[in-house]
Design a protein around this ligand. Structure first.
Ligand code: NAD
Length: 490
């Protein structure tokens, strides 16, 4: 008997009138039934969120009270992290080591945004008219449609819900049709935290009809999307119906540039974290290694040795370092691109196949592909899997050119002990996040987002809360004199 998860609309948990099955990627077998939200479900959720915006139970809360609810949600998340981690591991195949640590840390995001809720201030403007007082107020933008993919979904939900609720908005959160269980389970904590009915609604379902109906709904004022660039284009087109302000956190093909003065052992670990962590299913995966010719052989030898030691296994085993990919579709796409890369002249240094040790599930070995040029398919395509493409360079200019040779611009890594060079590289690289001598570090305090095909808008940090507000300017005339000339504006 599979587990059954429910959707959360207007403060109530309900079964879906339509359902979908979620597959455990470690076994390839269905393990749970989820609602597949219909157009009617979306309608009810958006109406509930819209009504909640002006209901006193939410609208009359002070920013401090909203903040306390968020902090309580963070505390509940921390307490329930092991339970949610186990659900995420079963539903997505992400290893329990990582889901446990990540979910416990996500609590800090809710605490951060909770603390920031009453620190959003308006301004008194030094206006150029002696008889006027002019102030600005930050008001909640309205109903937010938050749409996330299956990977790191609690994290990606936190960076949307946190700032939206801190700002006083209400939210309809749509989980992916792949592996939505963690967010449906998380809805129970939202309920327990005491958010009034309709403030947060959690649905799951397919792009059509659920995603389309949500993003084109006339009562939605803000869309916060994480997913792929093609879906993003649909969403931007959908938003022509409601003119919702939109943020897009899309994919990446992030470069990791390693200079010949880098510390080899430490950098190898960072490269492994960047591409084999979460089986490479991370938007910031450091999937293009650009390494100086002088150390290329030594570096690749050390990296290949390390990749071969990675323990592949069941994701719920605490000793496992790499689990399966989340879907069969992902696995097939990766196999196809690695094969076409070999056909184009690339050499697979290690991996490039399903591990013989795993009989079922969507497993793929940590793979390193040595590429003679940047036109090789694995260098160009976002694979969302454990595949590292390697290119060499001789000069700093060449390294910059290769690093920026992508339409994406989400993240980048630079490894060097030369401080001046680190500064030059940090400025020259076209990406929203640059890590120097580290990789994949995140914090609620730090903004995150992309350039180019990686999208726009920032999540994390104070500026992300402002993206859920709109400014109201209030003019107050303080003179008792009559208005002199009604036909002259001044
Ligand atoms: P996807 O774009 O297929 O799906 C993302 C979400 O969009 C899902 O909830 C899906 O149901 C929904 N959707 C699909 N069609 C829609 C439509 N027409 N209207 C509205 N919603 C619709 O992405 P995916 O394959 O699930 O996730 C992987 C992608 O997400 C990768 O490209 C990855 O790089 C990206 N990603 C980006 C970040 C980031 O922060 N930049 C983080 C994680 C993942």
């Amino acid at each position: 008997m599979p587990d059954v998860f429910q959707q959360y609309i207007n403060g109530r948990f309900e079964n879906g009138s339509e359902t979908l099955e979620s597959v455990n990627p470690a076994t390839g077998k269905p393990w749970a039934t989820m609602p597949a939200a219909t157009q009617d479900d979306v309608e009810r959720a958006v109406q509930a969120a819209h009504a909640a915006l002006s209901e006193p139970a939410w609208a009359k809360l002070t920013a401090t009270q909203r903040g306390k609810l968020l902090i309580r949600l963070g505390d509940l998340l921390a307490q329930n992290a092991p339970h949610l981690a186990s659900i995420e591991t079963t539903d997505t195949g992400k290893i329990i080591r990582e889901t446990s640590a990540q979910i416990a840390y996500i609590a800090e995001y809710f605490r951060y945004f909770g603390g920031a809720a009453d620190k959003l201030e308006g301004a008194v403007l030094p206006i150029d008219k002696p008889d006027m007082e002019v102030t600005t107020r930050r008001e909640p933008i309205g109903v937010v449609a938050a749409i996330v993919p299956w990977n790191s979904q609690l994290f990606l939900a936190a960076v949307k819900l946190g700032p939206a609720l801190a700002a006083g908005c209400t939210v309809v959160l749509k989980a992916s049709e792949e592996a939505p269980a963690p967010l449906l389970e998380f809805a129970k904590l939202v309920h327990e935290a005491g958010f009034p009915a309709g403030v947060v609604n959690v649905l799951t379902g397919f792009g059509e009809p659920c995603g389309r109906a949500l993003t084109s709904h006339r009562l939605v004022s803000r869309i916060a999307f994480t997913g792929g660039p093609e879906t993003a284009r649909h969403i931007v087109r959908n938003s022509a119906a409601n003119l919702a302000a939109t943020s897009l956190e899309l994919g990446g093909k992030s470069p990791v540039v390693v200079f010949d003065d880098a510390d080899i052992a430490g950098t190898v670990n960072a490269v492994v974290a960047g591409i084999f962590g979460a089986s490479g299913q991370s938007c910031v995966a450091g999937s293009r290694l650009i390494v100086h010719a002088k150390i290329r052989d030594a570096f690749l030898n050390a990296l290949v040795a390390k990749a071969r030691q990675i323990r592949i296994g069941a994701p719920d085993d605490a000793a496992t370092e790499m689990g399966p990919l989340a879907t069969a579709r992902q696995l097939e796409k990766i196999e196809q691109v690695v094969a076409s890369s070999e056909a184009a002249g690339a050499a697979v240094l290690t991996g490039g196949k399903r591990p013989a040790s795993m009989e079922a599930g969507y497993y793929y070995e940590p793979t390193i592909v040595d590429c003679p040029n940047p036109a090789i398919p694995s260098v160009q395509t976002e694979l969302f899997g454990p595949v590292l493409s390697v290119l060499g360079f001789e000069t700093e200019e060449e390294a910059v050119r290769l690093a920026n040779d992508t339409e994406y611009g989400l993240a980048a890594g630079v490894f060097t002990r030369d401080l001046s060079r680190a500064h030059r590289m940090m400025k020259a690289i076209h990406a929203g996040v640059v890590w120097v001598n580290t990789y994949r570090a995140i914090s609620p305090v730090a903004p995150f987002g992309g350039y180019g095909e990686s999208g726009y808008g920032r999540e994390g940090g104070i500026e992300s809360i402002l993206e859920y507000t709109r400014t109201k300017t209030v003019w107050l005339r303080i003179s008792d004199e009559p208005i002199a000339d009604p036909f002259v504006m001044r």
